[in-house]
Structures are given as structure tokens and as C-alpha cells.
Design a protein around this ligand. Sequence first.
Ligand SMILES: C[S@@+](CC[C@H](N)C(=O)[O-])C[C@H]1O[C@@H](n2cnc3c(N)ncnc32)[C@H](O)[C@@H]1O
Length: 379
Amino acid sequence: MDHDRPHSREYDQDRDRRNVRDHEQDCHHDFRGRDSRDSRNSGDHQDSRHPRDLHEFRERERDPSTYARRTHDDTRDRDRPYGPPPPAAADDRARAVALHYNARPQATVVTRQDSPIYQLRCFNNWVKAVLFQTYLRRNDRVLDMGCGKGGDLQKYRQADIRELYAFDVADKSIDQATERFQTMRNARFRAQFRAVDCYNTSIEPHLPRDQGFDVVSMQFCMHYAFSSEQQVRQMLANVTARLRPGGFFIGTCPNANTIVRKLRHADGLEFGNSIYTVKFTQKDEYPVYGHEYSFRLVDAVDDCPEYLVHWPSFVKMAREYRLDPIAHQGFHHFYTQHIDRHRDLFVRMKVVTPDSPTLPADQWEAAGLYSIFAFQKTD
Ligand SMILES: C[S@@+](CC[C@H](N)C(=O)[O-])C[C@H]1O[C@@H](n2cnc3c(N)ncnc32)[C@H](O)[C@@H]1O
């Protein structure tokens, strides 16, 4: 299905509602008046999966053959969520990711607005804000695994959560997130930040005794775990160990179906546009884990190794950890489904502005590489 880019109509329709307080990017959007806040346990959260999505989702679950060949051994490492120390190679990969993100400077308000992907960043933040509105509730306790530099802190404030545990493998990012929290005005929640490798080690020692979580959030980071089945299992063990029954595991990550489709249509081993490049080393083998590609996004990610997330296999594994899939939807589709209800927020978060009433085509295409997901923990 084609999804229209946001365009001037979007902005025009909102023009007379625009005298709301000016809001900065991911920060000061206002959730007052939100109507979906209490919907998640009423069954309404099922709405976040369009009936067609549900159909596609079931089809894909039944037929993982959207991938050409699978070389995955399903029995490896099954019983080792807290197993032996990870092999050195896994440590090295986590270190490389940490180095990459540590090296990225913290953007200021000015540099952020000058970014060639400013609107894409705003769009991504809008997606996360709508996701939070759907699944977070007042007084929730939240675990964020892969919090980065704390880009979601204001969203947590707006959601009025009670407590946050925020972990990331990049220690400098954790320092910046901590500072951001300490200088935040009106933070009404408690927060703890730790530099922890959440895919190769147990996070248990970093959690207070007997503390459960209502929501675990992993935004734009889960795919780094997919270098091996063992890492995905460790990640899922960390996600679920303290998630209360009925609690939600939510996130955003690259959509492997979209990426593989684009790869297959590409002449060579790479594709992209003026702002992003995805580069593979081969396109004959499609292993379930460790299917590496290199991703570059202008002003954000410089050729960082990432891994495809084979969704049907992930859903199957997640069920072993008592996680029921309730939503999985590409960003374009998510936009189409939620824009009418969250149009004000879209404008306030500056995804579109009077100077740029359209999300540029290349940024819209890059947004389409990603999906939202949500699971619910069963009893
Ligand atoms: C694209 S950033 C997203 C940051 C943040 N969640 C956001 O949405 O702005 C990906 C983050 O995943 C983190 N990450 C990657 N591997 C990790 C691991 N093994 N354990 C914890 N965090 C990890 C990186 O350090 C980085 O901060």
C-alpha cells in the first residue's frame, strides 16, 4: 500500500490551532487531553494493529519464506538466557557500538534544527510519543534498555511515570542522559542511569530487589542484539525478568521485510538515497541471526554494523518468554493510522512547519525503513 507523505494540507489544517506553546523537537509536546491514555487494558490497544496488519502479521508468522534461505539452527543456546559469559566477539561488537554512540556529539537546540534530517528526527519522536501515549500510564515504572543520550526523557515526563531505570552500553551517552535528567525542569519521576550491556549480560545486579516494571521500552536499539541468538535470548531474559504480567514491551526497530525488499530490487549490494545508505556484503544467504549490514544516516549513524530482525522467528522466541505480540506496524502505516488523532502533536513537534510543510521525500523513505512493535506479558 502507498502511504502519502505528510504534505501542506497537514499543515494548513492545523494553522489556526498553531498558537499552542511552541515546542522543541522531542521535548515539550503536551499530552493533556490525550484520549487513549487508559485504553491499553480495555482492549483498545488492539486498535494499533489495523485488521490488514493483523492479516499480514499472521501470514508472515505462518510463512517466514519472505526470506529466501534460512540457515538458522533453532536449538542453539536455547537454555542459556543467563548462560556462560559471551564470547569475546560479542563483547567486541558491543564495544564497537558503544564507541560509535559515545563518539556522537550531543546536539544542541541550534545544531538539531540545522540538521539535514531535522524533520525525520521530529517524525521519529512523534512516532515514539504516540507509542508512549498508547502504552504508558500515570505512575508507571519503566525500564528503558538502550536509552542513548536520554532523548525520551521529556516523553516520560509527559507520560507522568513514577520511576525510570535507563540503561545503555555507551557510558558517555549515559553520562549525557544523567546530566539531561538533572537539568530537566519539572521532572516528576525518579530515574537511575547505568552503563550496562543489556544483550550480553544480565541486568539483574543493576536493579533494586523486588522491583517490577509496567513497561520495558527499547527504541531504535533492539536490532543490535540480533548478531546472535544468544544475545537475543539474553535481551529477552532482561526484558521479561521484571516485567509484570500484563505489562508491555514496546519499541521501534528497522523492518527487515522492507530492507530485504529494497535489497532485492537493488542492482548491487546497496541502496539508499541522499540521506541514508544500507550496504550488504552479499544477498544470497539470509541467516536468521547475524545477518549484518552497514547503515549510514546523515548526521546520525556512520556506517554502524546492524543486524536484520527476522520478525517471525523473533515472535516465536518471544512467546517462550511469555510475550504475546499485539502490534507490529511499519512507520508509514503507523502514520496513516494515527495522524488524524495526533495531528496537533505532529505540528507541535515540528514534523511539519510553515517553512517546510512537507516531510522531504528522502526523509519519508528513510522513515519507512522502521516499524513499531508491542508485546504484552502473559500471566
Ligand atoms: C539509535 S540509538 C537509540 C537511543 C534511544 N533509544 C533513542 O531512541 O533516542 C541506539 C542505542 O542502542 C544502544 N545499544 C546498542 N547495543 C546495546 C547493548 N548491548 N546494550 C545496551 N544498549 C545498547 C546504543 O549505545 C545506542 O545508544
